[in-house]
Design a protein. Structure first.
Length: 220
């Protein structure tokens, strides 16, 4: 296998789960305007909790990028992601008021808890840098691909939801995801067969968690 293209090779191999994660019925319903607003509110509350758990995960990626990468630009890319998470949390708070979602009363649902436990396990120092970077890319890329789809030509996305779509569907976020992917690909190029197998497994598991997260938002 051409290691440089590991991620794209895996995406081809696991195309059905990748499509399930990036073209989920919940996302498609935003794009075609049929979205159930109570599902959107559920997603908003649950994702706010997720993002708060995601911050320590990204902090651990940042530390690893600073210590292990050998490339100073890795740390800058992750730091950019950290800065946008700060804005994201402020955005969630504004949206919570707008949609009347009181985050202090939101209880994490099973899919959210399971995703959190998965993130915690990835924060272990035992997990290889190439594996954690692959996971990090996949988590961000699913949102980028999903919400960009809601902004593509022919969309009927309700105007009050376009803010969410622009948050992850904008070109700057796409560029950031591409930078994270380049880091992951560079690491995978030099990875052992064992690390490659772990990275592929983690990639699929991220996609499965993302599908479960959308399902949960729809009340599934
Ligand atoms: C579930 C989930 N996955 C990814 C992201 C993008 N940081 C998010 N906000 N929520």
């Amino acid at each position: 296998m051409e290691k440089r293209e590991a991620i794209d090779t895996w995406l081809d191999k696991h195309r059905s789960v990748y499509t399930a994660a990036t073209r989920h019925a919940f996302v498609v319903s935003i794009r075609d305007g049929s979205v159930d607003l109570s599902s959107f509110r559920t997603w908003l509350g649950q994702d706010y909790l997720f993002v708060r758990e995601f911050v320590p995960f990204v902090a651990s990626v940042l530390i690893r990028a600073g210590k292990e990468s050998g490339e100073s630009s890795d740390m800058e890319v992750v730091l950019g992601g950290m800065a946008s998470l700060n804005d994201e949390i402020e955005w969630f708070k504004r949206e919570g008021s707008k949609w009347d979602v009181d985050f202090s009363t939101v209880v994490p649902q099973k899919a959210n808890e399971e995703y959190r436990r998965f993130l915690e396990a990835l924060m272990s120092s035992e997990v290889k840098y190439s594996v954690i970077m692959t996971a990090f890319w996949a988590i961000e890329a699913v949102y980028q691909e999903s919400f960009a789809h809601c902004l593509e030509d022919g969309n009927k996305t309700p105007v009050e939801l376009t803010g969410a779509c622009h948050r992850w569907g904008n070109d700057g976020f796409k560029q950031y995801c591409s930078s994270v992917k380049n880091i992951a690909e560079r690491c995978l190029e030099n990875a052992s067969d064992e690390a490659l197998a772990e990275a592929e497994d983690v990639l699929v598991r991220v996609l499965e968690h993302e599908v479960a997260f959308w399902e949960m938002s729809r009340g599934g």
